[in-house]
Design a protein around this ligand. Structure first.
Ligand code: TIU
Length: 225
């Protein structure tokens, strides 16, 4: 494979695709569909739909190019032994982590709501990282997987911009990975937090990483052909 160059903020980037991975954060039914964790927290889950089609386009292009693709899911073991009590205790008892909802037990591994939405469903050979926290590196084998494959750059998509995407980007940045956040492939329940979440990443010369849209990346990938 080869390198792609594209516009990004704060500066254009050149990325070696052999050392890049696409990381799609928590595009789970629990966050995007009614009756899951996102809705239980009082959010309008329809706001996250905007990221689905751009994610799908990038996922398709990444598959065509043979990029390493990693999916993550936030959630807990059925006995909640990996869920901090303070995280579980938040919210209405009938509607909190582990409670039964229309998509099964909320934010519990193995339940329908915990799984990834059909539009972005992982292929068999695409690793899925099950994470107990907001960051994808915390208590997971993601870093080991990336280092074993010589990855140095992450294209980051998913939800929500200011929570799991930002936490993961900050974790990745401290571990020496370059993050390129695809703005339209991320979404938040709060438009102002989406904007602020992206602004915080690219400020100060790209203090946590770079931000670009899916289009510049897709155009540069298509030009490789
Ligand atoms: N609540 C919220 O905005 N997000 C989360 O709880 N998890 C993720 O961002 N995945």
């Amino acid at each position: 494979m080869s390198s792609v160059t594209f516009e990004a903020e704060p500066a254009p980037l050149s990325v070696d695709l052999d050392r890049a991975a696409l990381v799609i954060i928590d595009m789970q039914r629990d966050f995007l569909e009614p009756g899951g964790f996102g809705a239980a927290l009082g959010n309008d889950v329809s706001r996250l739909q905007a990221a689905v089609a751009p994610c799908r386009a990038v996922l398709t292009a990444a598959r065509q190019r043979g990029l390493l693709i990693i999916h993550t899911r936030e959630g807990h073991r059925p006995d909640l032994s990996d869920a901090p009590p303070h995280k579980v205790e938040r919210g209405d008892p009938a509607n909190r982590i582990g409670a039964r909802g229309p998509m099964g037990r909320i934010l519990v591994r193995g339940e329908p709501g915990h799984d990834i939405i059909p539009e972005l469903y992982p292929l068999k050979d695409e690793p899925v990282i099950d994470k107990p926290g907001k960051g994808a590196f915390y208590q997971t084998d993601l870093e080991l997987m990336l280092r074993n494959r010589g990855i140095d750059t992450l294209f980051v998509c998913g939800v929500t911009t200011e929570v799991c995407v930002n936490t993961t980007v900050r974790e990745a940045n401290d571990r020496g990975f370059r993050c390129v956040v695809l703005s339209d492939c991320c979404a938040s329940y709060f438009p102002q937090f989406h904007e602020a979440g992206l602004a915080m990443i690219k400020a100060q010369g790209g203090i946590f990483g770079s931000v670009t849209g899916s289009k510049p990346l897709l155009t540069s990938l298509a030009a490789l052909a």
